[in-house]
Design a protein around this ligand. Structure first.
Ligand SMILES: Cc1ncc(COP(=O)(O)O)c(C=O)c1O
Length: 393
């Protein structure tokens, strides 16, 4: 079946954050938006069809979740990640960020130390700071062309009395998919220092072979109860606006405590259309996802090849996610100058690397989940601007 990953669909005037806020954010309409993490591809046809059928029904009252929905999720986790989870361990949530906020409230106290690995997805900072917890960093280190975990520093941070660690796997923005060895070391250290792991695995389904996503809660049965895994079909199937996600919480006490917090905040009912979309995506989206990954790989390889021989820019090959991390440090520009160069000279709207933490200074993030023609356009805009800059020197 042709899923039309090359069809350019006009998203303007749909209140699309990526396309309709271009002028507000980048100052001009002719900037090509390659930033916020959603895709310019249509969701699988089966999902659109299920939503259309549901919409035609015309009644959108309160909707509950049932055993069939739980089974759909556990079957997906088993199919995709070879992970057997108990149906009862599912806690629904409108979004992964919501779950992390709820978990922060439930399992940590004001002043508690919470660890993140930087550079990382900006809301992680907010989740810690807004609840008056103390942010502790384990900076990821660049070893040649690859980011690695400095485990010595990781342990040193845990030793200072860290209460919880927010893992990002696959890691946004650097695109690493942590290996079994790396995850096993994380688990062992968190076990040794009794640290709760909040594992954000929203990009889990978007992994390029031969890399493999391993849910961290799978690794050591004696730690499973101390891990909360956040997952969702929204990145995988481009459903972010429908706000549907779930957490896997194996430990009954923790699950009840987390559910209580959701109830206290009035956040215990899911969006009707979100439920419909999740179900259709997980039941009928498998072939579409295979084709999506082929398209994303082609897009990524295109960008990497175009920049391969340049000394002024380095693009990291992503092991997972549809986000590419660009190192522009060789240009010797301040972050403000780099942003102006990309927005005004290249006319591309990327994510500011520094928004992922100070370690991201000199870097930018590009979203390649769009038709290849747009990826080529964005890439060529940057290369032409760099060439013009060189010839003006
Ligand atoms: C690592 C990570 N976690 C969470 C989210 C957002 O999840 P949600 O929309 O379910 O809150 C994103 C979106 O880009 C993300 O990259």
């Amino acid at each position: 079946m042709d899923f039309s990953f090359n069809k350019q669909i006009n998203r303007k005037n749909t209140r699309a954050v990526k396309w309709d806020l271009v002028k507000t954010l980048y100052g001009a309409e002719d900037v090509l938006p390659m930033w916020v993490a959603d895709m310019d591809f249509q969701t699988p046809p089966a999902v659109t069809q299920a939503l259309t059928e549901r919409a035609k029904h015309g009644i959108f009252g309160y909707t509950f979740t049932d055993n069939a929905l739980q089974d759909t999720i556990t079957n997906w986790l088993s199919y995709k990640h070879d992970w057997d989870v108990k149906s009862s361990s599912i806690v629904y949530s409108p979004g992964v960020i919501v779950t992390l906020h709820m978990a922060m409230q439930t399992f940590t106290e004001v002043g508690d130390k919470v660890l993140i690995q930087t550079p990382v997805y900006p809301p992680f900072y907010d989740i810690i700071k807004k609840h008056d917890r103390e942010l502790v960093k384990n900076q990821l280190v660049l070893d040649g062309d690859k980011y690695k975990i400095d485990f010595k520093d990781f342990e040193n941070q845990l030793k200072q009395g860290v209460k919880a660690f927010i893992l990002c796997n696959p890691h946004n923005p650097i695109g690493r998919v942590w290996t079994e060895t790396e995850l096993a070391e994380i688990v062992a250290l968190c076990k040794q220092y009794n640290v709760l792991i909040l594992s954000d695995e929203i990009h889990a389904d978007l992994v390029f072979a031969p890399n493999k996503h391993i849910p961290i809660a799978k690794l050591d049965p004696s730690m499973t109860d101390n891990i909360i895994t956040c997952m969702s079909p929204t990145k995988t199937f481009n459903l972010a606006g429908l706000q549907v996600s779930y957490a896997i919480v194996n430990d009954k006490q923790k699950r009840e405590a987390l559910e209580k917090t959701f109830h206290k905040q009035g956040l215990h009912i899911l969006n009707t259309m979100g439920i419909t979309a999740l179900e259709a995506a997980y039941l009928e989206g498998k072939d579409w996802l295979v084709k999506l990954m082929e398209q994303l790989e082609e897009n990524m390889n295109y960008v990497i090849n175009q920049f391969a021989n340049r000394k002024d820019v380095n693009v990291f090959k992503a092991e997972g996610t549809y986000l590419l991390w660009f190192d522009f440090r060789a240009l010797n520009l301040s972050q403000e100058q780099l942003k102006i160069f990309l927005e005004k000279e290249a006319k591309v709207g990327l994510n500011d690397g520094a928004s992922f933490g100070e370690e991201g200074t000199g870097f930018m993030r590009m979203n390649i989940a769009c038709p290849l023609e747009l990826v080529k356009d964005g890439t060529n805009r940057i290369i032409s601007a760099l060439d013009r800059r060189d010839s003006n020197k």
